[in-house]
Design a protein around this ligand. Sequence first.
Ligand SMILES: [Zn+2]
Ligand SMILES: [Zn+2]
Ligand SMILES: [Zn+2]
Length: 118
Amino acid sequence: MSEYCKYCGKSYPDARTLLNNSCPLHPAGRGNHVLFEGAQSGPFICIHCGEKRTELRPLVTNRCPRNPDGRNHEAFEGNPHGPFRCKFCGRPYPDIRTMVTNRCTKNPERGGNHSPAR
Ligand SMILES: [Zn+2]
Ligand SMILES: [Zn+2]
Ligand SMILES: [Zn+2]
């Protein structure tokens, strides 16, 4: 069994080694890998745009057109098979893409979209 970094998708045999090594794709510019806490079997889905990949690495190493921070796709860490619920308004959706491409009136960021709760 291996552990994956949520930012770069690199895998390590154990969480401890992962957390003790620096991550080349850390959002803060520098920092160590962070444990991906979602299901390791995929599919892996981006919480910003709904892009879906069978592996974590090709998802998180590519730029996301909808990530507000201008970074890469960010993998959803909840159940990838849904149902998905918006963390701001609680509205359920059968798939993440439909959810995140629609505006949420409860999103504290004005004009922001729905975002899946874990
Ligand atoms: Zn990493
Ligand atoms: Zn994305
Ligand atoms: Zn919502």
